[in-house]
Design a protein around this ligand. Structure first.
Ligand code: PLP
Length: 440
């Protein structure tokens, strides 16, 4: 049965978001005023949104509303308040699925975040009890099974596959990257793989959390569709910067965390087709996912519920609903403002003489990993903190990428909707200060 194979139109890869030409300072100030973080920390320049985004008041209110007034469990209560909470959770589920997929069959499995989502997929997709060959013919091939990732993946999109591969006899394969973090694909790469392996799973991050590079995943999507492999997008970063790209790729599964999208920590989702999820074995066992339980065996509910054992992060799901509303409301502004910040930061930061990774890429989000020559990234981070500038320093959970870039760590500044050109100026001055201290 090949009914699920997506039809790919090349043109649908182009962004569908209408670009506004300018975002006024007043507009950014109005958006900033929705974030109480800035009232509590008026002098801070927050440049760590790739680690976690700040939360607007409506998200904080939704979490508080649940805990203060509607703090009941869902799916099991017969009383009206429980039913109301259940309705809220189910409506956020629909909103979540629609945010990352245009397919009518799409549903969302709530998880603790991207990491748990990929662990779930790694477990069920490689499990012999999952009946996947009907949907993905590569699962019927007798050549040794393989999973393809890239060297630029976050550890969340590597380690779960390593664990599954070791247990289930899969070969791990990687798209190499160059010293700027771009895919460096050898000639006939996929053909060579296909001659030796049954490439069953392609799992790739659309946007790098280190360089902000937005990789062109369409060739891999098309290859997966043609050869009957599962195509998974780690959308942890892309969900906030380029969700329309995720939708255009029509992945079999996409995975994200709410906290990168202005939502709360502790919740995220796997978005995919319900009938494929139904064909998969279960992940964790417990209450809420069963149909009947006997001494030796149990039967399970349908997807998505069969993957949601135990009580979910209900308040955080309420908050996710509001985070999605916020992201939808500001989609055009976000795209335009981030484009403006990137152009400004590219110009300003380039003048400081630091090494910025990924600058040569065709398309990027405003995430800057950089190295001040002769200065350790942790020293850079600490000296910037002294000037009230919050950046991240380290390997960013991307050790394979660090090796390809030829460094052990970078400092990373990541911008979002609430950042301004002034923040870029403060970062530039901060970098000059670090250089001065180290006499660089
Ligand atoms: N994938 C990417 C590209 C990320 O940037 C991150 C987090 O930074 C993750 C996966 C893991 O996300 P989480 O820690 O929310 O599970």
């Amino acid at each position: 049965m090949m009914g699920l194979r997506p039809i790919i139109h090349k043109s649908c890869y182009l962004p569908k978001v209408k670009i506004l030409h300018t975002i006024s300072t007043a507009m950014v100030d109005a958006i900033k005023s929705e974030f109480p973080f800035f009232t509590a920390n008026p002098n801070l320049v927050y440049l760590d949104s790739a680690a976690t985004a700040l939360k607007p008041q409506r998200v904080i209110d939704a979490l508080a509303l649940y805990n203060a007034h509607e703090s009941v469990n869902v799916h099991r209560g017969v009383y009206r308040l429980s039913q109301r909470a259940t309705d809220t959770v189910e409506s956020v589920r629909q909103k979540t699925a629609a945010f990352l997929s245009t397919e009518k069959t799409a549903t969302a499995v709530f998880t603790r975040g991207t990491t748990e989502g990929i662990n779930l997929l790694a477990h069920v997709l490689t499990h012999p009890n999952s009946r996947l060959a009907d949907f993905f013919p590569a699962f019927a091939h007798i050549r040794p099974p393989a999973i393809l990732m890239s060297q630029s993946e976050h550890h969340a999109n590597i380690v779960p596959w390593q664990i599954a591969a070791r247990e289930r006899g899969y070969q791990l394969l990687y798209i190499p990257v160059d010293s700027d973090g771009k895919f460096a694909v050898p000639e006939n790469f996929l053909e060579t793989i296909a001659a030796a392996y049954s490439l069953r799973i392609i799992a790739l991050g659309l946007e790098s959390n280190v360089t902000g590079i937005i990789h062109d995943l369409m060739p891999y999507r098309e290859w997966a569709a043609k050869h009957g492999a599962v195509f998974i997008v780690d959308a942890a970063q892309a969900v906030v910067h380029v969700p329309e790209r995720v939708r255009a790729l029509k992945p079999d599964f996409s995975v994200f965390s709410a906290h990168k999208l202005f939502g709360a920590t502790g919740v995220g989702a796997v978005v995919g087709a319900k009938n494929v999820l139904d064909a998969c074995t279960v992940y964790q066992g417990g209450g809420g996912m069963i149909n009947t339980v006997h001494e030796a065996t149990s039967t399970y509910l349908e997807a998505p519920t069969k993957f949601e054992a135990g009580t979910q992060a209900i308040g955080e799901i309420y908050a996710l609903g509001k985070a999605l509303d916020f992201a939808l409301e500001h989609a055009q502004t976000l795209r335009t403002h981030e484009g403006d910040l990137r152009a400004y930061a590219d110009a300003k930061l380039s003048k400081t003489g630091i090494r910025i990774f990924g600058l040569s890429a065709y398309e990027r989000s405003p995430i800057y990993s950089f190295e001040i020559q002769g200065v350790h990234a942790h020293d850079t981070g600490t000296l910037l903190d002294e000037q009230d500038i919050c950046v991240r320093a380290g390997h960013h959970c991307c050790q394979l990428l660090m090796r390809a870039l030829g460094v052990s760590a970078t400092a990373r500044a990541s911008f979002s909707l609430y950042n301004t050109r002034d923040d870029v100026d403060r970062l530039t001055q901060g970098i000059e200060y670090v250089k001065k201290i180290f006499r660089k």
